[in-house]
Design a binder for this molecule. Structure first.
Ligand code: ZN
Length: 346
C-alpha cells in the first residue's frame, strides 16, 4: 500500500492509519536529512552525519490518552520535516498506539505497557491488535539500535503523563539494570529534561523502557511529565524546559557539560509492594491522593481484610495506589528517598 509523501502532518496521518502495517518509505530533505517512515506512527530522521554520536528513541502514546507527550513529539516531528530543526543525532519517534488516541483512552483492548519484552506473546498470545503492535514496535526499536555503532550512546525516553497528581510533577522510572550500575550522566540528563526525581525499579518488567534496557542495551526511562489533560488543554509552558532539552538532544546530542550536577537529582527506591489478597481491601486515604505523598511511621495505609497495613518508617511515601486491582495484584507501592552515595552509580 503506497501513501503520498511527504506527510506534513505525521500525527494526523498516523491516526488515519491507526493500526499501521504500512510499507516503509523514505525521502531526503533539502538539508540532506534522510526521513524514513517505517510505518504509521514510526518515523526516523537520519542526519547526513551523526556528529553527536547519539541514537535516540522518543516514544509517546503507549497510553493513548496521555496527550502532552503526543503534542510534544508532533511538534518536534513537524519542525524536523520543515527543516526548522536540523538533527545531529539519529532519532526514531514512535506514536505507539494511534488507535487509542482516536478513542481518547489509555488503550483499546489491553494496556500496552504490560506487553513488551515478549509480554505480547505470553498467555493467550497475539490475540489483539495492541499485542501485535507492541511486538512490531519492539522490532522497530531493535532494528534502530542494531544499526548503532558501539561508540554511540543509545537512549530511549518513553514519554507519559500520570493519571493522578504527584508531589513531584515530573519524575522518571529508572528500569532494573540487571545488576549493572546506574549512569550519573543519564541522571543529570534527566535533570536537564526538567525531571530531577527518579524512582528505581527493582526488577524485570514488561514496560517499553525496560525492553530497551534489557534487549537493546540502551539507557531507557519511563518519563512521567505531569497530569493527564485533554488535547489542547495542556499548558505547554509547563513542558517548555523538557521540550528544549529534547531539541538539544536532537540537534546537539547529549551535552553533559550543560546538565545540572548529580546532587540536584532526588532518587527513590521501592520499599514494599502491597498486594490485595482479600475481597475487602481498602486504602486509608482519599482516591485522589498525590503520588509521593509521605506518611509517618505507624500511619494506617490500608486494610486488607482484617489485616491493617501501617507505614513502617517516617517518610515512607505511596505511589500508584489502586484499591480496585484484582485479588493477588499490587494495590500500592511504597517508596523511600535514598542517598546518592548508597547507590551504585558510575
Ligand atoms: Zn502512561
Amino acid at each position: 500500500m503506497l501513501h503520498s509523501w511527504p506527510h506534513d502532518n505525521f500525527l494526523a496521518f498516523s491516526r488515519q492509519h491507526e493500526w499501521g502495517g504500512l510499507t516503509a518509505q523514505s525521502t531526503t530533505l533539502n538539508n540532506g536529512v534522510t526521513v524514513i517512515q517505517h510505518d504509521s506512527g514510526v518515523i526516523e530522521f537520519q542526519p547526513a552525519e551523526n556528529i553527536a554520536k547519539l541514537d535516540l528513541v522518543l516514544s509517546c502514546a503507549v497510553h493513548g490518552d496521555e496527550t502532552a507527550p503526543i503534542e510534544i513529539c508532533d511538534e518536534l516531528i513537524s519542525a524536523l520535516m520543515r527543516e526548522e530543526l536540523v538533527p545531529q543525532s539519529r532519532v526514531l519517534f514512535l506514536i505507539a498506539n494511534p488507535a487509542a488516541i482516536n478513542v481518547g483512552r489509555r488503550f483499546v483492548e489491553e494496556n500496552m505497557n504490560r506487553l513488551f519484552s515478549g509480554g505480547h506473546s505470553q498467555g493467550a498470545g497475539l490475540v489483539n491488535r495492541e499485542r501485535k503492535r507492541a511486538k512490531a514496535l519492539e522490532g522497530f526499536v531493535t532494528d534502530f539500535f542494531a544499526a548503532t555503532p558501539s561508540s554511540h550512546t543509545r537512549m530511549h525516553y518513553d514519554l507519559h503523563t500520570a493519571i493522578r497528581d504527584s508531589k513531584h510533577e515530573k519524575f522518571a522510572v529508572y528500569p532494573y539494570q540487571n545488576g549493572k550500575p546506574y549512569s550519573a550522566e543519564q541522571l543529570r540528563l534527566l535533570a536537564a529534561l526538567d525531571v530531577p526525581v527518579v524512582l528505581l525499579h527493582e526488577g524485570p518488567t514488561t514496560t517499553f523502557s525496560y525492553f530497551s534496557v534489557n534487549s537493546c542495551q540502551a539507557h531507557g526511562f519511563t518519563v512521567e511529565l505531569g497530569k493527564v489533560r485533554p488535547f489542547g488543554e495542556n499548558d505547554m509552558s509547563r513542558f517548555a524546559k523538557t521540550k528544549s532539552q529534547l531539541i538539544a538532544l536532537i540537534t546537539q546530542g547529549a551535552n553533559i557539560a550543560a546538565a545540572p550536577e548529580l546532587s540536584g537529582v532526588q532518587v527513590y527506591q521501592v520499599q514494599r509492594s502491597i498486594n490485595r489478597t482479600q475481597d475487602d481491601f481498602q486504602l486509608n486515604f482519599p482516591d485522589d491522593v498525590a503520588n509521593f505523598t509521605p506518611f509517618k511511621q505507624g500511619d494506617l495505609l490500608a486494610r486488607d481484610g482484617s489485616e491493617p497495613i501501617y507505614a513502617e518508617q517516617d517518610g515512607e511515601a505511596i505511589i500508584f495506589p489502586n484499591a480496585k486491582v484484582a485479588i493477588g495484584q499490587r494495590a500500592l507501592l511504597t517508596v523511600m528517598p535514598v542517598a546518592l552515595q548508597h547507590l551504585n552509580i558510575v
